[in-house]
Design a protein around this ligand. Structure first.
Ligand code: D61
Ligand code: MG
Length: 288
């Protein structure tokens, strides 16, 4: 979903949870900006990722060495402000955020190392699930810890790790499928080879006009795989009791389902990025 509609739903959250969620987001966005930055040498990137959960406790820390392409470089350049706000949170919230940051940072470091050694590839569906778990599944698990900690939601929510992680996997996989065309031009392939190799020898072939049918079948399989997480996501949503928390969680899921419907067997998405229009996403939000 666009960052604009995302900001709107965050603002609606009950006050006791709004600031922890915003800081959770900004901290993980900072971590992701380091992960995505291909100008940082691997020997430097790995410790930055692995130690980020400690860095967020260091008053005054900021990072000025982002590549010129990084759109969120300003966030890292003024990260001292984020840290001050983080340190003003209740201890329990700080701990949940740090725990999630630690696991995500080590998962990202693992993938970054593998990519530096063998080139960036995701071979199996298991690897694809593992990568999505680290970068997005963990966000759902961490959010659940914050929701239960605030008593806006029952402890059942944070104990349901297995349901929580479906939320992020559904969102991340939807983005990965939708962004194929863009990622192919940058030669960053997130689609698992175990799936695309049934349809072509080199994933770039999917963009050839004569490969259209194979490409559509491959998209079908990718969408079916993402939809595996829909049931778990709905079960998770059914546990939520606070309206603002429900909206915050349900809106991205509805957008993801809408995006999957739009790209399913859609030949346009093979060569260009297809996105749901702003007006359509506004309609989703206004119904809740
Ligand atoms: C309920 C509500 C929102 C949820 C949720 C449950 C469960 C999971 C998520 C949001 C996370 C969904 C991530 C999907 C979008 N993917 C990315 O942004 C990729 O980066 C992943 C690592 C950073 C995650 C940061 C994040 C995102 C949303 C949050 C959050 C933290 C904290 C609280 C609430 C929502 C993607 O980034 C693309 C980019 O750089 O623009 C990438 O690098 O793959
Ligand atoms: Mg990333």
């Amino acid at each position: 979903m666009t960052s604009r509609s995302f900001c709107a739903v965050i603002q609606e959250l009950n006050s006791e949870i709004r600031k922890p969620v915003i800081l959770f987001y900004l901290i993980l966005r900072g971590l992701d900006t380091i992960e995505d930055d291909m100008t940082i040498p691997i020997e430097k990137k790995v410790p930055l990722l692995v130690n980020f959960h400690q860095t967020i406790f260091e008053k005054g820390w900021k990072f000025l060495e982002s590549g010129p392409e990084e759109k969120d470089a300003p966030l890292l350049r003024q990260f001292d402000i984020i840290i001050d706000e983080f340190l003003s949170l209740d201890r329990k919230f700080q701990e949940h955020i740090a725990t999630t940051t630690k696991e995500m940072g080590s998962g990202m470091a693992m993938h970054a190392k593998a990519a530096a050694e063998n080139g960036f590839t995701i071979e199996t569906k298991a690897e694809y699930n593992r990568y999505c778990y680290y970068v997005a599944g963990l966000v759902g698990i961490g959010l659940s810890l914050l929701f239960s900690e605030s008593h806006l939601e029952d402890h059942i929510v944070s104990k349901s790790r297995n349901l929580s992680l479906n939320m992020g996997l559904m969102l991340q996989k939807t983005n990965i499928i939708r962004d194929l065309a863009e990622d192919l031009t940058e030669n960053r392939i997130f689609w698992p080879k175990e799936i695309w190799s049934k349809y072509c020898k080199d994933i770039h072939e999917l963009q050839l006009p004569e490969k259209r049918e194979d490409a559509l079948n491959c998209i079908s399989e990718m969408v079916a795989d993402a939809l595996e997480h829909a049931k778990g996501s709905l079960a998770y949503l059914s546990l939520l009791r606070t309206q603002s928390v429900f909206n915050f969680c349900a809106i991205p899921q509805v957008m993801a389902l809408k995006t999957l419907a739009l790209i399913y067997r859609n030949p346009n998405m093979i060569t260009k990025n297809v996105k749901i229009r702003r007006g359509q996403s506004a309609r989703v939000c206004s119904r809740l």
